[in-house]
Design a protein around this ligand. Sequence first.
Ligand code: ADP
Ligand code: ASP
Ligand code: MG
Length: 405
Amino acid sequence: MALIVQKYGGTSVGNTDRIKNVARRVAEYRNRGDKVVVVVSAMSGVTDGLIKLAKDIVPLPSEREMDMLLATGEQQTIALTAIALHAINVPAVSMTGAQAGIVTDGVHTKAKIHNISPKQVHDALDAGSVVIVAGFQGETKDGQITTLGRGGSDLTAIALAAALKADLCQIYTDVDGVYTADPRLVPGAQKLPEISYDEMLELASLGAKVMQSRSVEFAKKFGVVFEVRSSLNDNPGTIVKEETKSMEGVVVRGVSLDKNQAKVTLVGVPDKPGMAARIFKAIGDATVNVDMIVQNISHGSGSPATDLSFTVDKPDLLKAQKVIEGLKQEIGYKEVLTDEKIGKLSIVGIGMKSHAGVAGKLFETLANESVNIGMISTSEIKISVTIDLAKGEQAIKAVHKAFIG
Ligand code: ADP
Ligand code: ASP
Ligand code: MG
């Protein structure tokens, strides 16, 4: 008898037939004697729909109220899934994140999990029930509802698997596993039998939304081995785990394109100590994540000034802009420009550590496609560039062909 955590994403619970399909799969495991904890997302489109409703009222709604609103999406699905299990005579009980004991900090819309005390989950499992937990949500110790960032049901599943010391953690989605690129963008993408935490983490942070990046970080920290697989067939999926020697032979494991980035440029920032510190402290205080940063010194006449550009997630652009505008007097920059028409293209692989010439080959491939490179950033196992969004799909196909085939 094993304890299994299964997570089903939005498409996998996208309508009542899909929910019945999930119930059948859960029942198979339960009926062979396993204890099953099921984490579900909101039905596909529901979270986006709720966000749109709020933004129809005001562009920057209160983050506390957004959490209150968005948490309802997952609550619909847990109840429907429990009902579908009852319909096939499987005892099941639904639980909110709070009932499952998921305690978070108070950073609304991107809360971090503090700890999990899954007493109710254990009790229900011991009583023979399947437990259905609402993904993506938690509660502060003061009883405020929080959410864990977009795609956060992945994190709920991984964190519960760690807290419950589950024997198996399965992430069911609408593709057969993790591919060398998004199979919707690159038809020639290949399914990977396995991938290391570090590679998965980079790919996830760089736009491969198949896994939420924070969930992978959590899995790595707590050594949770998990499988990404399809809820629509029985094909073996992709195992995500610690790297092994044999993984190093591959230079580029995957390619990603993040269409969800925006660039902010501050023109004419006085070139003196403390400016970048002031700007990024304020951005950080507003809990906006910054990824790439580029600074150019302008050599014009008058007092020296620099242009400072950085990228943020598109949904955070308005917030970042507000923060920057609030600093105009203090910093004395000339103007702020924003650009939402950028894409971030990245190649990822632990084999890059020991191979030279990878960056050159990437830049050459893009040059051959007449794709202009904006910002560049690198780490030991990845290279990212910003490019014109309109050329993103053409570029990712060419880069995939050059490095993977
Ligand atoms: P879920 O609703 O199950 O959480 P998501 O939509 O969040 O599913 O993630 C699955 C999607 O991720 C796939 O439909 C696919 O288009 C996309 N994706 C992006 N990059 C990759 C990749 N490298 N491998 C597999 N899927 C990817
Ligand atoms: N429903 C949430 C979202 O759409 C969480 C998730 O699906 O994982 O982001
Ligand atoms: Mg997802």
